[in-house]
Design a protein around this ligand. Structure first.
Ligand code: C2E
Ligand code: CA
Ligand code: CA
Length: 530
């Protein structure tokens, strides 16, 4: 049973491996999906922030445009005349620090200082010469050094007259560009290569540092853009991953558990047997039975072999008991029957040639074995003698006695396998009326080594002879054992000394060889006879 435990353990380990692999994949997938989601969300939030900032700047600038257009009419009038209306306009525009009128390229009137006399193109060539409408600059009048945004509304195409508004951009940007941590660390307002960063009064170009990512959004109405700088979304999403771990872990454990439960059936040993049958992983071997008197082949015993591509060779001592427990033994026996029927033409057709199959007690339930023989064995019209071996290891009491009688009636011989190893072997001699007793290999092995078991062997032999039951000795491995058993009157031998189990397809060649050997041997015997 040790091997069987080992194989069943292997199945459990395989199930465990599958369940834990699936759990690990689910964990990785969940974390990856959460990571991608977070990354996308951060990028989306950054773009939304930039868009929002741009449209709010646009909204703040648009009344200034209107105000400037309305003021254009004042350009050219003397400063004394226009100062009062200028101050009045200024009072309605909270974001504007001062309004200046330019005529003939001269800033000649300011809402704050009144009359002025400064050359416009010299002071602001970007506006006067480069045709820009906006420029970021520093105040050199009232709040010296503070950043201002100049909004230029020309009256003539040559930029020599118009209205110039100085906007409190620092105040506006402090209000609109407050970074939304942690995904935005810096927010910058840009106009024609100059930038104003939130919290930094200097007007300087904003450059992203090495591990920063930038998003830029430009206004469609004014020549400015907003740049946001912050850590890469991937890095940020990665740093948030540990908080996703408990949920992902729970999900993966749950999936692993479901897989563990779901594979209980598929990965079970009995499922493997069923699968193995359909995948043709089983083979039928045969072991020759040898006539103790003349050495000729007396018949064969059919033995199942299972080569699973997943587990390798699995011995029948392992899978037969499990198949018996799981009600899978009948399909296996049917397989043996159908295989041997297929090979019947290559087997000797001598009527006495024994073909022995092992049948489990449970197969006698509701005379199932009789039905199977009816459909699988007899239609082939076999010439050979079918023998059904019933092992004592099974609960022989559950064997339907009438089914055995029926077997006898249809010409099938019955053998009790492993005789002497069960509990009350003798009782079955009467009830099952067997034709053959198979002496278990432990008794054969005892010959010459184990006095007690050897005595049992002698007693079994004597008993069988008195009851006129044919004897087959299993597990004959040495010439000494064969000689001893022959001397005691055992009729048939089976064992490695004569032949090991072989594929059914190899039997014909083996038999030919064996008979050739026998002929040579008997000629030699005859020649040496005095
Ligand atoms: P078993 O019916 O007693 O079959 C004889 C076992 O002894 C075979 O083992 C055979 O390979 C082994 N054997 C033969 N000669 C020697 C020998 O000289 N020395 C030793 N040590 N062993 C020898 P195998 O094929 O491993 O089968 C083990 C058992 O599995 C069988 O014992 C039988 O009870 C069961 N079994 C095998 N095939 C079938 C089957 O088709 N149906 C059923 N129900 N049981 C099967
Ligand atoms: Ca057997
Ligand atoms: Ca046996």
């Amino acid at each position: 049973m040790h091997v069987s435990q080992h194989i069943v353990g292997q199945f459990r380990r395989k199930r465990l491996l599958i369940a834990s692999t699936v759990a690990a994949v689910v964990l990785i997938l969940t974390l990856t999906v959460r990571f991608m989601e977070q990354k996308g969300q951060i990028e989306q939030q950054a773009h939304a922030f930039a868009n929002n900032a741009v449209s709010r700047f646009d909204k703040l600038f648009s009344p200034l445009d209107v105000a400037a257009s309305n003021t254009l009419g004042l350009v050219g009038l003397t400063c004394d005349h226009v100062r009062a209306p200028l101050i009045e306009k200024l009072a309605t525009l909270q974001t504007v620090r001062s309004i200046m009128l330019i005529s003939q390229d001269m800033i000649y009137c300011s809402s704050i200082f009144g009359e002025r006399n400064r050359q416009f193109s010299e002071l602001y060539p970007e506006l006067a010469v480069n045709n820009q409408r906006m420029v970021l600059s520093v105040d050199d009048s009232l709040l010296k050094g503070s950043p201002i945004l100049l909004l230029w509304t020309p009256r003539t195409l040559d930029n020599r007259s118009g209205v110039l508004q100085a906007i409190n951009i620092e105040m506006m940007s402090n209000y609109l560009l407050e970074p939304s941590l942690p995904w935005i660390e810096r927010a910058v307002f840009n106009v024609a290569g100059k930038s104003l960063e939130y919290g930094n009064p200097l007007i300087e170009p904003a450059l992203p540092s090495e591990d920063e990512v930038s998003y830029e959004e430009s206004s469609l109405r004014y020549p400015f853009s907003v740049t946001l700088l912050g850590p890469s979304p991937g890095k940020l999403a990665l740093s948030r991953l540990p908080s996703q771990l408990p949920l992902a872990l729970l999900l993966s454990l749950l999936t692993g558990y479901i897989i563990w439960l779901a594979t209980a059936n598929r990965m079970s040993f009995s499922w493997q047997i069923t699968y193995g049958l359909s995948a043709k992983e089983f083979m039928v071997y045969c072991q020759p039975l040898i006539n103790a008197r003349n050495g000729d082949c007396y018949g064969i015993e059919l033995l199942l072999r299972w080569h699973s591509p997943r587990q390798g060779w699995i011995p029948p001592d392992v899978f037969i008991p499990i198949a018996e427990r799981q009600n899978l033994i009948a399909p296996l026996t049917r397989f043996v029957l159908s295989e041997v029927v297929e090979h019947l033409p290559s087997l000797p057709t001598t009527p006495g040639f024994h073909i022995a199959i092992n049948v489990a007690a449970s197969h006698f339930h509701e005379r199932e074995i009789l039905n199977d023989l009816q459909t699988l064995w007899w239609p082939a019209n076999p010439q050979q003698q079918l023998v059904v071996e019933l092992t004592e290891r099974d609960a022989l009491p559950v064997v339907d006695q009438q089914a055995v009688t029926q077997l006898h009636k249809i010409g099938v011989k019955v053998a009790i396998d492993d005789f002497g190893t069960g509990h009350s072997s003798l009782a079955y001699l009467k009830t099952l009326n067997p034709d053959i007793l198979k002496i278990d290999k432990i008794f054969t092995a005892a010959i010459g080594t184990d006095a007690i078991n050897a005595t049992v062997t002698d007693m079994v032999i004597a008993l069988a002879q008195r009851l006129n039951i044919r004897l087959v000795a299993e597990g004959v491995e040495t010439a000494e054992q064969a000689d001893y058993l022959r001397e005691k009157g055992v009729d048939v031998f089976q064992g490695y000394y004569f032949a090991r189990p072989m594929p059914l397809g190899d039997f014909a060649a083996w038999l030919q060889n064996h008979r050739k050997g026998l002929a040579v041997w008997s000629t030699r015997e005859e020649l040496t006879q005095p």
